[in-house]
Design a protein around this ligand. Structure first.
Ligand SMILES: [Zn+2]
Length: 256
């Protein structure tokens, strides 16, 4: 299976559930959404990488499968988000998820071939829809979280013992937070003022970590005083920056 030339189009499998991994095929939902399913081939690749392929070779995927898959993905996203917020989900979304969950799904097989299905792509989508129904209607819903990095938007199932997981993964977002926190702490203690104080507080939100590459993108920084991520939307075109700088183009300049 060929990999995408753009690494950003690689599928993240960090959700801990097939339905959450499928939702993550649309990335950066809080900024300019990144569509990782631009065509039927991409959906075929996701089905294989997700371990839901009922075929030896590439799974045949039609344009209709893609349209239905994207509609299912967005309905699952809205239903999960509503359930997380304790709100009633949209009736049309519930109907769509239920209808797709009622279709024939993948049948498990003993032996090297894990699944069989008459229509492999439709069965894989039905399996995703059933997974969403079981997640939203079951006790694991309370463990579903959104990554603490506001530039990420990935939903994941926190299966850790202490239930304190904050990031989709340490490598992807947790380490960025640590680095940003370290930079911010180093900056937030101007000469003679210590870590806190009026000037330090003015400095707190200047640790932009360069998520933004231009207008419309999302810019994030570590708020050292509040110990949390802050974000806002970039409204400026990218500015030339030095090769060593990691600051976002719209990061506010430091007060003199
Ligand atoms: Zn993340």
């Amino acid at each position: 299976m060929t990999q995408p030339s753009d690494p950003a189009l690689a599928f993240p499998f960090l959700g801990g559930r097939p339905c959450l991994d499928f939702v993550a095929t649309l990335g950066k939902r809080h900024a300019v959404p990144l569509e990782r399913l631009p065509g039927p081939d991409a959906l075929a690749r996701w089905i294989t990488e997700a371990g839901l392929a009922a075929e030896e070779g590439p799974v045949p995927v039609t344009a209709r499968d893609l349209t239905e898959g994207r509609a299912l993905r967005e309905a699952v996203h809205r239903v999960v988000r509503s359930a997380m917020a304790g709100q009633e989900p949209d009736a049309a979304d519930v109907r769509l998820v239920n209808e797709m969950a009622s279709r024939p799904d993948l049948a498990p097989q003993l032996g090297p071939r894990r699944w069989t299905a008459r229509h492999p792509a439709r069965a894989a989508l039905a399996t995703v829809a059933r997974d969403a129904v079981l997640l939203v209607g079951g006790p694991l819903l309370e463990r579903v979280k959104e990554c603490g990095n506001p530039g990420c938007s990935l939903l994941f199932l926190d299966d850790s013992q202490a239930r304190r997981r904050r990031w989709c993964s340490m490598e992807r977002c947790g380490n960025l937070a640590k680095v940003a926190g370290y930079r911010s702490r180093n900056r937030a203690a101007p000469r003679g003022e210590g870590t806190f104080g009026p000037r330090a507080e003015r400095e707190q939100a200047k640790g932009c970590t360069s998520y933004a590459s231009g207008a419309g993108d999302s810019c994030a920084w570590w708020d050292a005083v509040g110990s949390r991520w802050s974000s806002r939307r970039c409204d400026r075109p990218p500015r030339r920056r030095s090769p060593t700088s990691s600051r976002c183009a719209s990061a506010p300049s430091r007060p003199r």
